[in-house]
Ligand binder design. Structure first.
Ligand SMILES: NC(=O)c1ccc[n+]([C@@H]2O[C@H](COP(=O)([O-])OP(=O)(O)OC[C@H]3O[C@@H](n4cnc5c(N)ncnc54)[C@H](O)[C@@H]3O)[C@@H](O)[C@H]2O)c1
Length: 268
């Protein structure tokens, strides 16, 4: 089977996990390149055999079948429009960046003009297929609650005067809609943005962010109520060993999305 070519943007917790999965894959096998800033300390971690790129010209020259972003909101701003303008499909981890209507319009315009496509994985969450199905249902009420342990919120807790090491009860950090949540917490609230884009839009998702010392991992609760019925799911993800804000499953979710992308069978 033809080898597939993938550019990873970023090489942190998610990209390193994904790269290990891609390099171990055989049907198809993958050739990888990694796009990082010229002075990024992550360059030292990129495994032997992966090309290192510094700019969009390098991406174009590598001629990938797919670009995968796992770098943060700034990377979507910096590289998303150019990749899509080159006609490249772009699998986006930092879905929260799309809360910015101007950036979203810029990305969709670039995709239309260049022939690229913006691909959104389920990431740390699940049940986006159900949310898409009920998105036009009458009286849809969609609620998302994030419950993560204090290790995921050290800086935010310190700003509120709490010590993450000695928190003995839950602290609600945020309540509001998905747009405000994605803007306030770029590293943690990508799943609220995924729900918004699958469902009723950014203003239609009610979000609560709770730091909970009793949380069984990075916990996501989604409730959907509509004329079609009700759904409640609770997912308790283990935090990534390399980044406690990130759920460990995200690398596996991206790998599943890449499998789908290259598969003759599509599960929608
Ligand atoms: N969809 C989801 O469910 C979900 C879940 C967790 C995280 N995320 C997103 O994935 C991102 C990455 O997560 P992580 O845990 O791997 O983070 P990380 O901090 O471990 O790694 C980030 C990497 O991106 C690189 N980077 C940053 N800005 C860049 C840029 N402009 N160009 C190129 N590289 C750049 C950094 O050098 C680093 O290598 C998060 O910021 C978040 O937006 C999405």
């Amino acid at each position: 089977m033809k080898r597939r070519r993938i550019v990873l943007i970023g090489y942190g917790a998610i990209a390193a996990d994904l790269a290990a999965r891609l390099l171990a894959a055989r049907e198809p096998a993958y050739d990888l390149a990694v796009l990082l800033g010229a002075a990024s300390p992550s360059r030292e971690r990129v495994p032997f055999g992966c090309a290192l790129l510094s700019d969009i010209e390098g991406v174009a020259a590598f001629a990938p079948d797919l670009v995968v972003e796992a770098a943060g909101h700034g990377a979507i701003r910096a590289h998303g429009p150019a990749c899509l303008g080159l006609g490249l499909p772009l699998l986006v981890s930092s879905i929260g960046a799309l809360h910015d209507e101007t950036l979203l319009a810029q990305l969709t315009d670039a995709a239309r003009a260049g022939g690229g496509r913006i691909l959104l994985p389920s990431g740390a969450l699940g049940a986006l297929d159900y949310v898409r199905a009920v998105s036009r249902a009458a009286d849809l009420a969609l609620r998302y609650e994030s419950r993560k342990p204090p290790a995921a919120w050290k800086d935010e807790l310190a700003r509120l005067g709490h010590d993450a090491e000695h928190l003995d009860s839950a602290v609600t950090l945020f309540t509001g809609d998905a747009r405000a949540a994605a803007a306030a917490y770029p590293q943690n609230l990508n799943v609220a943005a995924a729900l918004a884009l699958a469902g009723p839009g950014f203003s239609g998702v009610e979000v609560a962010v709770v730091c909970d010392p009793a949380a069984a991992g990075n916990t996501h609760i989604v409730e959907a109520k509509s004329a079609l019925g009700t759904m409640r799911i609770e997912i308790a993800n283990r935090p990534s060993p390399a980044n406690p804000k990130t759920s460990w499953i995200v690398g596996a979710s991206l790998m599943a999305a890449i499998d789908q992308f290259f598969s003759p069978i599509q599960m929608l």
